[in-house]
Design a protein around this ligand. Structure first.
Ligand code: CA
Ligand code: CA
Ligand code: CA
Length: 326
């Protein structure tokens, strides 16, 4: 299938399958059950769970939405109760919002290729934060932005904005959350909008009974995926639930290393999300576990995770799973 056709197909999928009025704007998303995103200061140690000290999150706003939008950051500073200290608080974090041509279509941005042009597009707003009690457990708001200031990419559902979070200085861990909203002073979802990300860095719960999730979508041209995860710290297991997979186990990493594994995708899993479940070890809590994960298709292209599972949370279908292999 040509790229154009795939794009058209994706667009149709979005229009048909996006749950109406769904709460898709918090990142991490409600269905992900992930407590916080994480980015460390640029002098941090990778072994603490961040491989390159940058996180990139995209927000998509439907073409039909005409009111201003805002991007809000919860606990944007690094210091205080939410964050992870290494020695004294000395971390400086920069948040930058980009729109316009190339913001998302530039491959370096989707790949988080920090050697390349990942800061592509028009800079719409930027702010750096050192430790500041005023922002502890409080929101900072970027915007207002006109939706048309985003990059128009129908294959990603509309006008796309990019938020780049960079650990400029220091070595502490910044934990934070995001929200795409119609209001500057409160979190009110933008109808039909959602977030997506190609490389995701986050903190797991400090509770062995919590299960976290991410939801990539399998278009019909995907025949295999390769997942890579970093610094999982041997914390339990990661498995895939899909129409044909009843908990297929994924290779997981230890401390300060990467692990990857390849997984076949057949017809039964096409046009469906995967539910990639991260299940913590039941004994001996792995505390403050920060993890990085990304997914590639058979061409080595990065695949987005969506803040809402497109088509809903997938379930294993027993009748498919027991079919004999061809
Ligand atoms: Ca420090
Ligand atoms: Ca923080
Ligand atoms: Ca870790």
């Amino acid at each position: 299938m040509s790229t154009k056709l795939v794009s058209l197909y994706l667009l149709l999928s979005f229009l048909v399958l996006l749950p109406f009025g769904s709460l898709a704007q918090p990142v991490p998303a409600v269905d992900e059950n992930i407590p916080h995103l994480v980015t460390f200061g640029g002098e941090g140690e990778q072994a603490w769970g961040d491989d390159d000290f940058v996180q990139i999150i995209f927000f998509s706003v439907p073409e039909t939405f005409e009111s201003p939008i805002f991007i809000r950051v919860y606990d944007p500073d690094t210091g205080g109760e939410v964050d992870e200290a290494k020695g004294e608080w000395d971390t400086v974090m920069r948040y930058s919002v980009y729109g316009g041509e190339g913001a998302c279509s530039e491959e370096d941005a989707r790949r988080s290729n920090l050697e390349g042009n990942y800061l592509s597009g028009n800079l719409l707003g930027s702010r750096t934060f050192a430790e500041h009690p005023r922002y502890d457990k409080n929101w900072y708001t970027f915007g207002p932005f006109n939706p048309t200031e985003g990059e128009l990419l129908p294959e990603y559902g509309g006008y796309v904005f990019k938020l780049v979070i960079e650990g400029v200085e220091g070595d502490d861990g910044n934990l934070y959350k995001l929200f795409l909203t119609t209001e500057g002073d409160e979190n009110r979802p933008v109808e039909g909008a959602f977030a997506f990300y190609f490389k995701y860095k986050f903190r797991l719960h400090n509770d062995v009974n919590e299960v976290s999730h991410i939801y990539p979508y399998m278009t019909s041209e995907v025949i295999a995926i390769k997942q890579s995860n970093f610094d999982w710290d041997n914390d339990g297991f990661i498995r895939i639930i899909s129409p044909s997979k009843n908990g297929e186990i994924v290779q997981t990493s230890g401390d300060d290393n990467w692990a990857n594994s390849r997984h076949e995708i057949g017809d039964d899993d096409h046009n469906s999300s995967l539910d990639i479940q991260m299940i913590k070890k039941k004994s001996n809590l792995v505390k403050d576990n920060n993890v990085v994960i990304f997914l590639e298709n058979q061409y080595g292209e990065l695949m987005p995770f969506y803040s809402i599972p497109i088509g809903g949370i997938p379930e294993y279908k027993y009748s498919i799973g027991i079919k004999p292999k061809k």
